[in-house]
Ligand binder design. Structure first.
Ligand SMILES: Nc1nc2c(c(=O)[nH]1)N[C@H]1C(S)=C(S)[C@@H](COP(=O)(O)OP(=O)(O)OC[C@H]3O[C@@H](n4cnc5c(=O)[nH]c(N)nc54)[C@H](O)[C@@H]3O)O[C@H]1N2
Ligand SMILES: Nc1nc2c(c(=O)[nH]1)N[C@H]1C(S)=C(S)[C@@H](COP(=O)(O)OP(=O)(O)OC[C@H]3O[C@@H](n4cnc5c(=O)[nH]c(N)nc54)[C@H](O)[C@@H]3O)O[C@H]1N2
Ligand code: SF4
Ligand SMILES: [Mo]
Length: 669
């Protein structure tokens, strides 16, 4: 069976062979990964038949406080009954829904519909807020549309200079690293910007190592130098953009020495990079979480888009700006209505025409649809409070590991009247639930995903699920039925409905069918290369947005003198709920990466425990002493419980993105 990996946004094609023991084989014809997979992909079948797989619903016993096995009807009746009661006592917004960017398009769509139609609640959002939301809000402002990559990924091989701002793609999308190698073989130049010299940086021609949270200042410095050198693409700026004059005023004071003081990147290095960009025909700038997961993430992305626009790149072949989305369905998951402010087709929920269209497809009165709800962290922060939701349904996220300021989030979950978690394993979040619903996983069900390029692909069922589990679509329909609504459960039927609901929207899937996806190796929504003729704003022009650098919400000080940043390692995926259970993947963490200079100062040794403290919590874990990190910074991977007890819940005002990538800490041996 031809299908795709269960994990990241590359959605690598693979072939699954065998009936009882399922084996992963390459699918060389699938263009995105050409048969290559990372070790997570090769070992993805490791959760099949795993002894920790959930196979029966569980309900928390009121007297013993323990979870006990229950039948499906008992569990769903109980959930629906309590949701009805809570709604009757406190109103529809007493029930909240939390989804995930790993869910198929069909699931994301049905989850949004469950919230808006069957529950009537505005309180629905998802973990994509923690992923690419800052890049999304920036792209919407600058280009009038949000598609992670507005061009096929392989286009980056044909650019002249590729700038990766806060992406460690050699570890987070390993098969994509071949594009860097091919670009360099062609004579192109790779620039990596990261506080750590990562495996991606090892493949770069230019490496800048800024203080976490200062990418915005770097971009302002580049704009300053480009302007001073007369390297701004005047004709393009005049014909295709608005707003350059405002940006020009702001960057006038960002001379290289000022940038060096803020970022730690030498003025000479910045000058060399500006000269390289000015002299290059085609420049492609890509941001990922390193640049985006900040309280100023949107502004940071806007500043890098300003650089791309000043150089006249977006809309030209093999050049421009893009965001490397992260989760398997990071793109589709934000298009079909599990986001607090959106309806299917990337329609905005406060737009009367959008409401009328979607309500028509759903057969309800437009006025019955709720308005916009809270963004992910604001939603979690409100749980169990007097004005917040009393019940939460979680599909596809392991919140207590992956949310910022996680101890606080766990305490909010503890104040709920009802927590329901649908998962395939007993994640740390499921372990806190009142009701746990065991669901089918990848390879046991069919559905579409939209990869980082906007290519809609089909994950096909290869094997029967274990008895006792149900698909998310069944669970959602089962709850909807108990609340008096008839929802489809067949994925292809749901996809067709999603197509109708999205028709005419910004992300219009109405022309895409399962048959076409099978025939065409995936189908792009919209055009594969988006900004050839015009940008998506009504006047066809892109917006320069003038932004100022403020720095991390929590600056270092005498009590917390070290920068803390967080991120990923190759062998683990996200909260680790899935990959930590796969025996063939090394489970090495958590650990604290620090520089020998810092280690010496605090008396730490490689492999020996250190304690990292922030204003929110502390973590004791072995030190990993490496000379690849800035001496003033430590790094903790977030795949294990702990990193997020430390992180700051300061949010980006326009996207709701938490500042996962920069806060102040103290480190002791
Ligand atoms: N192995 C693996 N691969 C994955 C995932 C996974 O969990 N594991 N998850 C998937 C998902 S959902 C996502 S979102 C993507 C994320 O993919 P990436 O964005 O590549 O991953 P991260 O490790 O979060 O962050 C990238 C880099 O940002 C750097 N960084 C930290 N702070 C800053 C800063 O202030 N500025 C700059 N410029 N860089 C900074 C970190 O040192 C890190 O090397 O990966 C996807 N692929
Ligand atoms: N400190 C720090 N924290 C971070 C980040 C960081 O860089 N640093 N990155 C953030 C980012 S970019 C992301 S994307 C988030 C991700 O964080 P999470 O939302 O926790 O992501 P996952 O671990 O993928 O959680 C998915 C859960 O759903 C289950 N699951 C998988 N597939 C399905 C399905 O089809 N249906 C259902 N019902 N369940 C399913 C899995 O077993 C798992 O328990 O973490 C964020 N947190
Ligand atoms: S790069 Fe991403 S999609 Fe490809 S095999 Fe690895 S985890 Fe799976
Ligand atoms: Mo992500």
């Amino acid at each position: 069976m031809k299908t795709h990996c269960p994990y990241c946004s590359l959605q690598c094609g693979m072939v699954l062979e065998g009936r009882r023991t399922l084996e992963v084989q390459p699918w060389p014809e699938f263009p995105v990964n050409e048969g290559a997979l990372c070790r997570k992909g090769w070992t993805a079948t490791g959760l099949r038949g795993h002894r920790e797989r959930l196979t029966t619903p569980l309900v928390r016993d009121r007297t013993t406080g323990e979870l006990r096995a229950a039948g499906w009807d008992e569990a769903l009746d109980l959930v629906a009954g309590r949701l009805r009661d809570l709604r009757a006592s406190y109103g529809a917004d007493a029930v909240a829904v939390f989804g995930g960017g790993g869910l198929t398009n069909e699931k994301a769509y049905q989850l949004g519909k469950l919230a808006r139609v069957a529950l009537g609640t505005s309180q629905v959002d998802y973990n994509g807020r923690w992923c690419m939301s800052s890049a999304a809000s920036a792209a919407n402002r600058a280009f009038g549309i949000d598609r992670g990559l507005p061009f096929p990924l392989a286009d980056v091989e044909q650019t002249d200079v590729l700038v990766l701002v806060g992406s460690n793609l050699a570890e987070t999308m390993p098969p994509a690293a071949r594009h860097l190698d091919r670009l360099r073989a062609r004579g192109g130049h790779v620039v990596v910007i990261d506080p750590r010299r990562t495996p991606t940086a090892e493949r770069a021609d230019t490496f800048l190592q800024p203080v976490p949270g200062t990418d915005l200042a770097l971009a302002l410095g580049l704009l300053h130098l480009l302007d001073a050198a007369g390297a701004v693409a005047e004709e393009y700026v005049a014909a295709r953009t608005v707003g350059w004059a405002d940006v020009r005023r702001v960057v006038a004071t960002w001379w290289p020495e000022r940038v060096e003081r803020v970022t730690g990147v030498e003025a000479a290095q910045l000058r060399r990079l500006a000269a390289l960009l000015a002299a290059s025909e085609r420049v492609t700038i890509l941001t990922a979480r390193g640049a985006e997961q900040h309280a100023q993430g949107t502004d940071t992305v806007l500043a890098w888009i300003d650089v791309a626009l000043a150089l006249g790149m977006p809309g030209r072949p093999y050049a421009g700006y893009g965001c490397l989305t992260g989760q398997g369905n990071g793109q589709g998951g934000r298009e079909h209505g599990q986001k607090a402010d959106q309806l299917p087709g990337y329609r905005m929920i406060d737009d009367p025409a959008a409401r009328a269209h979607v309500a028509g497809v759903w057969g309800v009165d437009p006025s019955s649809l709720p308005g916009a709800g809270r963004s992910a962290y604001e939603l979690l922060d409100a749980l169990g409070t007097s004005s917040g939701p009393k019940a939460l349904l979680v599909f596809g996220s392991n919140i207590v590991v992956s949310a910022p300021n996680a101890s606080h989030v766990a305490s909010r979950l503890g104040d709920l009247d009802l927590l329901v978690v649908a998962d395939l394993v007993m994640s740390e979040t499921a372990a806190l639930a009142d009701v746990v619903l065991p669901i089918t996983q990848w390879a046991e069900e069919t559905g579409t995903m939209t990869n980082l390029e906007g290519r809609v692909i089909l994950r096909q069922q290869a094997v029967a699920p274990p008895s006792g589990v149900r698909s998310d679509l069944d669970v959602i329909a089962g709850l909807a039925a108990r609340l008096g609504h008839d929802f489809a459960t067949d994925p292809e039927e749901v996809f067709a409905e999603l197509g109708r609901a999205s028709a005419g929207g910004r992300a219009d899937y109405s022309e895409i069918t399962y048959a076409r996806i099978r025939d065409e190796h995936g189908v792009f929504w919209g055009s594969p290369r988006m900004f050839d003729g015009a940008f998506a704003h009504p006047d066809g022009r892109a917006r320069f947005v003038a932004v100022e650098h403020r720095g991390a919400a929590e600056p270092v000080d005498a009590a917390y003198p070290v920068h803390l940043t967080t991120g990923r390692v190759l062998a683990q995926y996200q909260s680790g709920a899935q990959t930590r259970r796969i025996g063939d993947l090394p489970d090495a963490g958590p650990y604290v990466e620090l520089h020998p200079i810092l280690a010496r100062r605090i008396g730490a040794a490689d492999g020996r425990p250190v304690v990292v403290r922030t204003r929110r919590g502390e973590l004791k874990a072995p030190a990993r002493v490496v000379d690849t990190i800035r001496p003033d910074t430590v790094f903790v991977p977030f795949h294990w419980v702990g990193a997020n007890r430390l992180t700051n819940d300061a949010l980006d005002p326009s996207s709701g993105m938490p500042e996962f990538k920069a806060c102040a800490c103290a480190v002791t041996a």
